[in-house]
Design a protein around this ligand. Structure first.
Ligand code: G1P
Length: 304
């Protein structure tokens, strides 16, 4: 029996090498991770989430055309001096918050050969301890403590932990899908994983959403994982190998608030939802939105 790890996870890995083709032409010169969700780049929410969970060391796995991400997490002395001179304390604080949130490191992926390959680039940074992987397309509401719960589950059971969401059978082919031992509570033992299965072959409607806490053993497995779905080295395949070897892999079934920023429609929904819930912008935005929706053609008909 593998013994639960006594080492707590301290580090987070965020793959940001994707080309962002779904947001072209916006992403021709701006990395998709820096597209604003209200007034912060999507990526800042992710780094803040890692930091809140106690993961203050963050590695971004970047690629070509991602230099703006490094600039974003760097200090900007001229801007800070200008804000200071103007006495604009709140904006100065916002600028500081974006750099002080975590210790951010960078490594280049070189070739984009899939999520598993991106995670493998973190091997030297992570060393021999469990670590988290956060994918930028999924934003988890700050009021829900998914990553904290996953870290607790990892500390208790050892091995690896993934975040799961019931996306319904019709949507499962867009995700990594899992088979689980009888799902009673929100923590489940995973017995199999498959990357983006055809709907009629999916083991369940439980999908992996973009949060993982991984045992360092995953690196050795990733080195031997051949390209899978889409010709890419899949993290899901490496996790399936760990399960086959008898290593514990658990899932935390999430029932909180998740905002998907992966495609244009979901991104728009995320921006509207998060803006509507903000203390500062929310009241005015909700008032405007209510009127806007009431004036839409077909308003008053039953909701889609
Ligand atoms: C990746 C993973 C997939 C997971 C998804 C979550 O896919 O390969 O298993 O379900 O993230 O967002 P991608 O969305 O990068 O194609």
């Amino acid at each position: 029996m593998p013994t639960p790890s006594t080492r707590p996870a301290r580090k987070a890995v965020i793959p940001v090498a994707g080309m962002g083709t779904r947001f072209l032409p916006a992403t021709k010169a701006v990395p998709k991770e820096l597209l604003p969700v209200v007034d912060r780049p999507a990526l800042q929410y992710i780094v803040e989430e890692a930091a809140r969970a106690g993961l203050g060391e963050v590695l971004m796995v970047t690629g070509r055309n991602k230099a703006a991400i490094e600039d974003f997490f760097d200090r900007h002395p001229e801007l800070e001096a200008a804000l200071e001179k103007k006495g604009d304390a709140s904006r100065l604080e916002a600028v500081h918050a974006s750099t002080d949130v975590a210790q951010v490191h960078f490594v280049r992926q070189g070739e984009a050969r899939g999520l598993g390959h991106a995670v493998l680039q973190a091997a030297a940074f992570v060393g021999d301890e469990p670590f988290a992987v956060l994918l930028g397309d999924d934003l988890i509401d700050a009021r829900d403590h998914l990553l904290e719960q996953m870290l607790q589950v990892q500390a208790e059971h050892g091995g690896s932990v993934v975040a799961l969401l019931d996306v319904g059978r019709e949507n499962i082919d867009k995700y990594g899908a899992v088979a689980v031992e009888d799902a009673g509570g929100d923590v489940v033992a995973i017995t199999g994983l498959v990357e983006k299965p055809p709907v009629d072959e999916a083991p369940s409607s439980l999908a992996i959403i973009g949060r993982y806490v991984l045992a360092p053993e995953v690196f050795g497995v990733l080195r031997e994982t051949p390209p899978g779905r889409g010709g890419e080295i899949q993290l899901t395949d490496a996790l399936a190998t760990l399960v086959e070897r008898g290593e514990p892999v658990h899932g935390v079934v999430f029932s909180g608030r998740r905002y998907d920023t992966g495609d244009r429609l979901d991104y728009l929904k995320a921006v509207v939802q998060l803006a509507a819930e903000r203390d500062d912008l929310g009241p005015d935005f909700r008032a405007w939105l209510t009127g806007f929706v009431a004036d839409l053609p077909g308003a008053g008909a039953s909701q889609a």
